[in-house]
Structure formats: structure tokens, C-alpha cells
Design a protein around this ligand. Structure first.
Ligand code: SF4
Length: 272
């Protein structure tokens, strides 16, 4: 079911494949594509994750997704609501879905025909980059028609990665793939800044993250750094807690200084 007017956020457990939301990061209407209507699928287990445990009998179906997307786009246009982007996000890591490549192709087709001005976005934790076919798929889409890949980069060192992402993927392996990807392909880097178990990242972690951010920025392929705070409830609250806005501002300033010292200019945005 497509719900208009658009709410600030959606009910993730309602089994929808397509959902319009007001996105703080897009600054307007974002149409989300959810490849996992039945349950959360992700290689990360972030304590701040907004997806509460759930299970439905809904199944992903490409034709249904195409119909819903077309109707949602038409509804928004009928109401003269500008669509900022169409975004692969949903209940987990989209690149883990066996339908990802076909769905991307279909969404691109609809976007090109109906809202060519809207951005196409894929939000990823980077796990898919470990598979050559997904690496190539994202790279080709980014280079050939401007898919904006929003890559998660929460941690600069293994210690914080284990706390904030809790993934079985080795940190070094994942970071090596992220570096490889950003060296050949434009990407937006997203970082969640919050406290976990009452602790913010250590000074050592901050420094490691800044160094990593600079190294990636030096490729010339980082479109933007997005630093975001915890704004919505998660299943493990209050284990993960929002950091003060002043902390996000301090981290953004330090990053800007690091980039400037390294002779690189990349926009840094904060979403509290
Ligand atoms: S990567 Fe995203 S979907 Fe996966 S656990 Fe973390 S916040 Fe949740």
C-alpha cells in the first residue's frame, strides 16, 4: 500500500516494497526500495539499527515493485511533490538480495523514463563489494548513469568496528575493498556517530577514522562525507545513544581540518 501524504518515516515491518519518506539526508521526498519485505537481511549487526526484529509472509516480486514504484512516482508528480531520489535501502543490505541487479536495472529504467531529475541512490554497508559481480554492478551503474553509492564508514579501526558494526566480515578485508572501490568509482561516505554502551569512539579511533577518510578523499572520488547522529529508536535502546550535537560538530570540524591539511576539498554534512 502506498501512503500519501508522506510521513517522516515508515513502518519497516509493513512488508512494503516501495515507500515514500521525507528523508533528512535527501532534503525532501525519497522513494525507498525495499528488497527484504519479509525479514531483515544484513551482514552487519549495528546496535543503533532502526530495524526491529520482525517477520512477515510478504515476498519480493519484481513486477509488483515496478508497479508500486510507477504508482508512487505518479502520485508524487500528481501532487507536484518533487522527488529528490529513489533509494535502495529497506530492511537490510540491498546488495545481499538475489534480486538486486534486476531491481536496479528496472528502477533505473523507470527513473529514466519518469523522473530523470531524481537521483538514484544505493545505500550499502560495503559487504556486497566483496563479491566481484556486485562490485562491477555498482561501479558500472555509478560510472555510466550516476548511481550515487552511499557507503557506510562508521569505524576507522577494528576495535570500534567490532563495537558499532559487529560484523563477521574482517575489518581489514572490508576496508581494502572500500579503498579499491573508491579508487575507481565516485561514492558518498556515511558515518554514524553515537555512543555504544555509554562510550563514544576513543581519540585513537577518531584519529584512525580521520586518516582513513583523508586517504579515501585523496582519490578524488568522494562526493561527500555525511556524519549522522542517532535520531530514531532502535531495538537495543538505550545501548546505543545519540551523541550531543556538539560532538558531531567537533568531528566534522576535525575532519574538515584534516582534509584541508591534506590538500583535499570534500563537502562535510551533519545530520543530527
Ligand atoms: S548496516 Fe544498516 S541495516 Fe545493517 S545492521 Fe547496520 S544499520 Fe542495520
Amino acid at each position: 500500500m502506498i501512503v500519501f501524504p508522506v510521513e517522516n518515516h515508515r513502518n519497516r515491518e509493513d512488508g512494503s516494497l516501495v515507500y515514500p519518506v521525507h528523508s533528512r539526508r535527501s532534503g525532501g521526498l525519497s522513494i525507498g526500495i525495499n528488497l527484504f519485505p519479509d525479514k531483515k537481511v544484513c551482514s552487519f549487526d549495528c546496535p543503533y539499527c532502526e530495524i526491529f526484529p520482525f517477520a512477515t509472509t510478504a515476498q519480493f516480486d519484481l513486477e509488483t515493485m515496478k508497479d508500486e514504484l510507477t504508482r508512487t512516482v505518479n502520485n508524487a508528480r500528481h501532487r507536484a511533490i518533487p522527488i529528490q531520489d529513489i533509494c535502495f535501502s529497506g530492511n537490510g543490505e540491498p546488495t545481499l538480495s538475489p534480486h538486486f541487479e534486476k531491481a536496479l536495472e528496472a528502477v533505473r529504467d523507470i527513473q529514466k523514463k519518469t523522473v530523470p531529475g531524481a537521483k538514484l541512490v544505493a545505500i550499502t554497508c560495503g559487504a556486497g563489494l566483496l563479491r566481484d559481480e556486485i562490485f562491477s554492478c555498482l561501479q558500472n551503474a555509478a560510472v555510466s548513469y550516476g548511481l550515487d553509492v552511499w557507503l557506510k564508514l562508521d569505524a576507522g579501526d577494528e576495535a570500534w568496528y567490532r563495537v558499532i558494526n559487529r560484523s563477521a566480515i574482517p575489518f581489514d578485508k572490508l576496508i581494502a575493498k572500500i579503498k579499491e572501490f573508491v579508487s575507481v568509482c565516485p561514492a558518498t561516505l556515511q558515518t554514524m556517530l553515537c555512543s555504544i554502551g555509554g562510550a563514544l569512539p576513543s581519540g585513537v579511533e577518531d584519529a584512525a577514522w580521520n586518516d582513513l577518510a583523508l586517504e579515501l578523499a585523496k582519490t578524488g572520488n568522494v562526493r561527500q562525507f555525511q556524519l549522522y547522529g542517532k535520531a530514531r529508536p532502535s531495538a537495543e535502546d538505550p545501548f546505543a545513544e545519540a551523541a550531543p550535537a556538539s560532538y558531531l560538530e567537533k568531528r566534522a570540524k576535525t575532519l574538515e581540518e584534516t582534509l584541508a591539511c591534506g590538500g583535499v576539498e570534500v563537502p562535510v554534512s551533519i545530520y543530527t
